[in-house]
Design a protein around this ligand. Structure first.
Ligand code: SF4
Length: 343
């Protein structure tokens, strides 16, 4: 069975090249074609001997994704990709003033079952490999003809539920021979898998951490984010404090605002009290409605009031720019629609 070439780090590819009877520098040349030139056809590798090209073709898949659909709302572009095994995943291209960002998926589906999320519909199917994550960047760059400078692991899937592949992915995109994207431009967004947060605290690269919190107390969070029963807020905060202490990096708390559920003044005050004194930033995300789940976005004034309470309590807070709501930009919605989980 063919393997995905982008699942190989440079050292692993050097080993393969040597076993194929070539000198290791050929792996650097291959990396250059794959990651600097985004080549997806081995025939483009003109400085690689024909015999080695043939061997690459026989043994490897060069591109693991096929675009099924892409939707643009004038700014952001949402992609639905088909994997080699016919599963589908989503990625979103987000142009910002500071550079182009991509939100990538780390799993097909998700087992975390957050109440408002379409990715959970249909359950968890499988982990993505490192190369399948890298290919989301390459394919989006090739279609948009724009360089990606920031990566958020916040699409479908829980990154810390696939931590080895996620760390390998970061090694490949961060390496100067690979995509050469700085670790500080990469953000892992987790629902609060405590072991993963501790591992990230020890990780040698300065990757950013975001926590999908969505509720200011365990009672409400148990309903919205069921994994909270295993990893309650106190445990998550303890792990976050450890990450901040070890890395001195600010942590983002994502808070999806849902009308009548977690958007009250009391929730805002409770949230402010919980986070006060910590090196954190709150990102308020007015929710994208997922039809079947019946959640609604709060009115604009309610969002503003929630924001004001946090801000006046000294919490750094932003409201996420509304990109992509018309193209189902919340994670999992396009895929769910594709599979007719929701219509
Ligand atoms: S919000 Fe994230 S962690 Fe929760 S179900 Fe969706 S993809 Fe999984």
């Amino acid at each position: 069975m063919k393997r995905l070439i982008k699942d190989f780090t440079l050292d692993e590819l050097k080993k393969w090249v040597e076993e194929a009877g070539e000198r290791p520098f050929r792996a650097n040349q291959i990396f250059e074609w794959l990651y600097k030139k985004n080549a997806t056809d081995v025939n483009a590798f003109t400085n690689i001997p024909l015999a080695l090209r043939k061997k690459i073709e026989e043994e490897f898949i060069l591109n693991s994704l096929r675009t099924i659909e892409s939707m643009c709302d004038g700014e952001s572009i949402k992609f639905l990709f088909e994997l080699v095994d016919k599963n589908a995943i989503e990625s979103v291209f987000l142009p910002y003033s500071y550079g182009n960002a991509i939100c990538i998926s780390t799993q097909v589906g998700c087992r975390m079952n957050c109440a408002f999320c379409a990715s959970a519909i249909g359950g968890m199917i499988r982990n993505l490999s490192a190369g399948e994550m890298v290919d989301q960047i390459i394919n989006v760059e090739n279609v948009t003809e724009k360089k990606i400078s920031n990566i958020v692991l916040m699409g479908s899937g829980e990154p810390f539920d696939n931590i080895e592949n996620v760390f390998k992915f970061i090694d490949i995109v961060n390496s100067k021979e690979g995509k050469n994207i700085g670790a500080r431009h990469i953000t892992i967004s987790t629902v609060g898998i405590v072991e993963g947060i501790y591992k990230l605290s020890e990780y040698p690269k300065q990757v950013n951490l975001a926590i999908s919190l969505h509720a200011p107390n365990n009672q409400l969070r148990n309903e919205l984010v069921p994994i909270n029963k295993k990893y309650p807020i106190e445990e998550v905060l303890k792990a976050v404090d450890c990450y901040i202490e070890k890395t001195n990096r600010r942590v983002t708390f994502e808070y999806a605002l849902i009308d009548g559920v977690n958007d009250s003044d009391e929730c805002a005050k409770e949230l402010a009290k919980m986070l006060s004194g910590r090196l954190v930033h709150v990102n308020l995300i007015p929710i994208n409605p997922v039809n079947e789940k019946g959640f609604k976005r709060p009115p604009r004034e309610r969002i503003r009031e929630f924001y004001n309470i946090l801000e006046s309590s000294g919490i750094q807070v932003t409201i996420r720019r509304e990109l992509g709501s018309s193209i189902a930009a919340a994670c999992g919605q396009l895929r769910a629609r594709h599979y007719k989980y929701i219509l």
